[in-house]
Design a protein around this ligand. Structure first.
Ligand SMILES: [Zn+2]
Length: 106
């Protein structure tokens, strides 16, 4: 710490009674950094999929879904993300489908 005025003792007197502040914690990268769907990708997918579930066309309870699950090495790029409603997403589970909607056995 750099002394800006007087001695340490005079600083201590002047600073006495002021609330002590802790230095902010340094930003740490999130554990899922790189696997989250970016806001740009979300916007692109939303526009591409016309804000509708790609399974049933619903506009309710929509979620972003990975075609190839992240747990199977799927990326969070627009090519691997689609919009599904909650019920279609639950039905799909962790199954992998190709771009034609055909289930793929891994
Ligand atoms: Zn649906």
């Amino acid at each position: 710490m750099t002394l800006l005025w007087g001695s340490r003792r005079s600083q201590a007197v002047l600073l006495k009674g002021l609330p002590r502040r802790r230095a902010p914690k340094p930003a740490t990268p999130r554990a899922d950094a790189g696997t989250r769907i970016s806001s740009d990708t979300r916007l692109f997918v939303w526009q591409r999929d016309a804000g509708r579930c790609q399974g049933c066309g619903s506009r309710k309870d929509l979620q972003f879904d990975h075609l190839i699950p992240r747990s199977s090495g799927g990326s969070s790029s627009a090519e691997n993300v689609q919009i599904l409603c909650r019920s279609c997403n639950l039905r799909k589970g962790a199954t992998v489908v190709d771009d034609k909607g055909i289930e793929v056995v891994c």
